[in-house]
Ligand binder design. Structure first.
Ligand code: PML
Length: 244
């Protein structure tokens, strides 16, 4: 397999990025798809496109995608309550297991919302159960890499008219992080006008409409139990995963 990574920018500012894990005979076809994607991006035509093609020597991990469940809510307030309850439900088990005070979960979740609402991180923040930030660079955050979805899964998702490439990309990230031991992921889009976000846990990928307001920034937070942070970084960045 080969890893193909595209990133595009304009005036030094990131415009788009995407990656695929493909067999040798698909390199040309997928390279041109990635370039098309960069050129047609909603953030404008880039003046710089970087396409990196690398042979993957490690074993590929095939992971079953998290089940997609869409939660309809028309207000940000209600959506945030729904997100909070999903997070609480999952985090509670780990708080109890580690002898921590479950009364503190709300504080942790407030902090996570604050991080995503401030935006300005290229990658995800990592929070442990005590609210410590574990990213090595808190401006950059961690970026989950070496992921792809099978054509079957992409086609299945894109065959649903209310879903798009965003869900295809996000389900790959969410499925990988949950399988790497992250308790839960909270995500809102960094696209100002895309207001659907999600909570991912091992119980599913919960797409929540209106998780942020129109015109607002977004971000990602990974909640983790322990601080074996180097191991987690390595897996999230380097372990090749194909989600089916
Ligand atoms: C979806 O609608 O399933 C995707 C939600 C989050 C997307 C994050 C992003 O594309 O920036």
């Amino acid at each position: 397999m080969f890893s193909l990574k595209m990133r595009a920018s304009r005036n030094g500012k990131h415009v788009s990025g995407a990656e695929r894990l493909v067999t040798e005979e698909k390199i040309e076809e997928i390279s041109s798809e990635l370039i098309k994607r960069a050129m047609g991006h909603e953030n404008g035509v880039p003046d710089f496109i970087n396409l990196k093609i690398e042979k993957v020597t490690e074993k590929i991990n095939n992971l079953k995608h998290l089940e997609i469940k869409t939660v309809h809510s028309t207000s940000k307030e209600t959506s945030r309550v729904i997100a909070r309850n999903l997070l609480k439900n999952e985090l509670e088990k780990y708080y109890l297991k580690n002898g921590k005070d479950i009364e503190k979960i709300d504080e942790l979740i407030d902090f996570a919302f604050k991080i995503i609402d401030e935006g300005n991180m290229r990658g995800a923040a990592i929070l442990d159960l005590d609210g410590n930030r574990l990213e090595t660079d808190s401006n950059r955050g961690i970026r989950v890499k070496n992921i792809d979805t099978t054509d079957e899964l992409s086609e299945k998702i894109l065959g649903n008219s209310s879903l798009s490439e965003r869900t295809v990309d996000a389900i790959a990230i969410a499925t990988k992080v949950v399988n790497c031991g992250v308790i839960s992921e909270l995500c809102t889009s960094d696209n100002f006008s895309y207001t659907t976000g999600y909570i991912a846990t091992k119980d599913g990928y919960f797409r929540i409409l209106n998780l942020k307001g129109n015109g607002e920034v977004g971000g990602r937070v990974f909640f983790v139990e322990n601080s074996k942070i180097d191991e987690l970084y390595d897996k999230l960045e380097n372990m090749p995963v194909i989600v089916y």
